[in-house]
Design a protein around this ligand. Structure first.
Ligand code: NIG
Ligand code: FE
Length: 418
């Protein structure tokens, strides 16, 4: 069966999707072999969804067939949109992971060991490692992805990371406010090893650099600013300072919040009109209500709770409240070293109360909403031809067959990439 038809679209010759099966052009019915996330999966919020049932798209006029693919009964879904990764780094923290599996708690401080390894790496080493991760993403069906800095934490190192990230994606995020680096913590002028007040002073001194010279060096290469608003990292006030400085430089806002415990991250994100607040593991009623009344996407990162043995975030509660939910990998060497969106979907369905269709929506259109994009994450006329063919009759198998490599072929912008 022919499951989709691509056609040359714009004046610039770029390809976009026309998801009508060729039979539809001849007036036949769509045979159901395309998995379309639908509006109902985000509580009917049309503004962010913009995706429709396959039936609504069929049977309209003739199409210029540009590419025709016989899927033989297999299904096709939009390419995954992974809206949260930290892929420019060196080293790994397998020992830290093993210790956690034996009961050691995850702490934000582990980030500093990756900073040491990343600073010591050459640009070519970092570029080669990043290219390897991009290959992993493509092979697993991810066609759009965001990359954050945050393992450099000096002006030169952060600038290097955002430049490298920009070589592989337009969705680059400056995360200078990840943690306070060693050289500030060990600086006797701040005395951070002593009291809580001293720790705040140290963080403030580091943030002077972040909102000053570091932001100036990174802003030309990035689209987004992010801050880790969490105990062990930065307070709400400190995070606000960083995010407002980024916004004043023209960057969109994203926030890491409510990962390790309750806190002000979600409220801050909503207050600043952030595109997304990510983690959302520990939420109170006011957080959920604030998200539901906002355009801020709640991005859930199941790989983190899997790899840190924390309780999973409650996706059901968020969706039922009307919050727009995205799923992302958070791929990083500390809290979540998976690059697999199918893995995230399987966990979200098994342990976070999402239906398979909701999880598919959240990892495609939801990720696009988190990046404020409408050209990716859905199959409809005019979107980029980013398509994943599954070696399965439906998207249900992504959760039903966890760990099985079901991604068969991947197209990005109409080109076969994996
Ligand atoms: O999203 N939360 C902050 N940053 C990463 C963890 C980074 C690390 O542990 O190296 C995260 O989980
Ligand atoms: Fe993260």
């Amino acid at each position: 069966r022919v499951a989709w038809v691509g056609r040359t679209h714009d004046a610039d010759g770029s390809r976009s999707v026309d998801p009508r099966p060729s039979e539809a052009a001849a007036g036949a019915r769509i045979d159901g072999s395309i998995a379309f996330p639908t509006l109902e999966h985000v509580g009917g919020r049309e503004d962010v969804a913009g995706v429709r049932r396959a039936e609504d798209l069929g049977g309209v006029g003739a199409v210029d067939i540009d590419v025709q693919v016989d899927l033989g009964g297999r299904s096709v879904i939009p390419g995954f949109v992974d809206s949260h990764t930290h892929l420019v780094f060196s080293g790994d923290r397998a020992d830290e992971f093993a210790a956690r599996m034996s009961g050691t708690a995850y702490e934000a401080g582990g980030i500093r060991s990756t900073v040491v390894a990343t600073r010591a790496a050459t640009e070519d080493e970092l570029r080669a490692r990043l290219a390897g991760f991009v290959g992993e993403l493509h092979a697993q069906g991810t066609t759009t992805f965001e990359v954050k800095s945050g393992y450099g934490l000096s002006v030169a190192d952060e600038a290097r990371l955002v430049r490298l990230a920009r070589e592989v994606t337009e969705e680059v995020t400056f995360l200078g406010a990840h943690v306070v680096p060693f050289e500030f913590r060990e600086d006797p002028r701040f005395g951070a090893t002593g009291t809580a007040e001293a720790a705040l002073r140290t963080a403030d001194a580091y943030l002077d650099l972040v909102v000053g010279e570091m932001l100036a060096a990174c802003a030309p290469h990035v689209k987004w600013i992010d801050a880790f608003c969490e105990r062990g990292a930065f307070t709400s006030e400190q995070s606000r300072r960083v995010l407002e400085a980024g916004a004043a430089s023209g960057l969109g806002v994203r926030v890491h919040g409510n990962q390790l415990g309750p806190g002000g991250g979600v409220r801050l994100a909503v207050d600043l009109g952030a595109a997304s607040v990510d983690h959302c593991t520990y939420l109170d009623e006011a957080d959920v209500a604030a998200l539901a009344a906002s355009d801020t996407v709640a991005t859930l990162l199941p790989g983190v709770e899997f790899s840190t043995r924390q309780p999973y975030p409650d996706a059901r509660r968020l969706i039922d409240a009307g919050v727009t939910v995205a799923l992302a990998s958070d791929c990083n060497p500390g809290s979540s070293f998976t690059s697999s969106m199918p893995f995230c979907i399987a966990v979200a369905v098994r342990d976070m109360g999402m239906t398979p269709a909701e999880a598919l929506w959240a990892s495609t259109a939801g990720g696009a909403a988190a990046l404020r994009r409408s050209d990716v994450g859905a199959l409809r006329p005019g979107t980029r031809a980013d398509l994943v063919e599954l070696a399965a009759p439906s998207h249900l198998h992504l959760a039903y067959r966890p760990g099985v490599p079901l991604v068969r072929r991947v197209w990005a912008g109409g080109e076969l990439i994996a």
